[in-house]
Write a protein that binds this ligand. Structure first.
Ligand code: IDP
Ligand code: MG
Length: 139
C-alpha cells in the first residue's frame, strides 16, 4: 500500500513543558518520516480556522485559547496508513482513556491539554498539511 500523510501538532503544554524532543523521538522511532516541521505561534484566527469543525461545541473558545497559549510544533508525517497508525500511536483524545505507552497517556494533562494533534482522515491530513506548510516547506 502507498504511503500516506498525517498532520500532527505538538500542543502548547507539551512544547512549554519541554517534551518536544521526546515526542519527536517516539514518532520517528515508530517509523513515521518527517516531511515538514516547524515551531509556530498560532493566532486566534489560525486556531479558530484549524478547529472550525468544532465551532459549535461548548469547548471551542477554550480550545482556541489553549492552542494559542504558546508555540506549537507542526509536522507532516509519512507512513503507510499514516492517519490511523498515528491515531493509534497517540492514543484516545482523553489521556485518562489512552492506552499505556501512547503519547497522550505519557504527556497529556487533561482532555483539552492532550499533548498532540493527529488528523482524522486522509482528506483532512492534506487540508491540515497545507494549512501549516507551503509546498516549498515540504520535503
Ligand atoms: P482529537 O484531537 O482526538 O481528534 P477532537 O474531538 O477532534 O479530538 O477534539 C479536538 C481537540 O479538542 C482535542 O484534541 C482536545 O484538545 C479538545 N477537546 C475535545 N473534546 C473536548 C472536551 O470535551 N472538552 C475540552 N476539550 C476537548
Ligand atoms: Mg479531531
Amino acid at each position: 500500500m502507498a504511503d500516506n500523510i498525517t498532520l500532527t501538532m505538538i500542543k502548547p503544554d507539551a512544547v512549554r513543558d519541554g517534551h518536544t524532543g521526546a515526542i519527536l523521538d517516539m514518532i520517528t522511532k515508530a517509523g513515521f518520516k518527517v516531511k515538514a516541521l516547524k515551531l509556530k505561534q498560532l493566532s486566534a484566527e489560525d486556531a479558530r480556522k484549524f478547529y472550525a469543525v468544532h465551532k459549535d461545541r461548548p469547548f471551542y473558545d477554550s480550545l482556541v485559547s489553549y492552542m494559542t497559549s504558546g508555540p506549537i510544533v507542526a509536522a507532516i508525517l509519512v507512513k503507510e496508513n499514516a492517519v490511523e497508525a498515528f491515531r493509534n500511536f497517540i492514543g484516545a483524545t482523553n489521556p485518562q482513556e489512552a492506552k499505556e505507552g501512547t503519547i497522550r497517556k505519557l504527556f497529556g494533562l487533561s482532555l483539552e491539554s492532550n499533548a498532540v494533534h493527529g488528523s482524522d482522515s486522509d482528506e483532512n491530513a492534506i487540508i491540515e498539511g497545507s494549512f501549516h506548510f507551503t509546498p516549498a516547506e515540504q520535503y
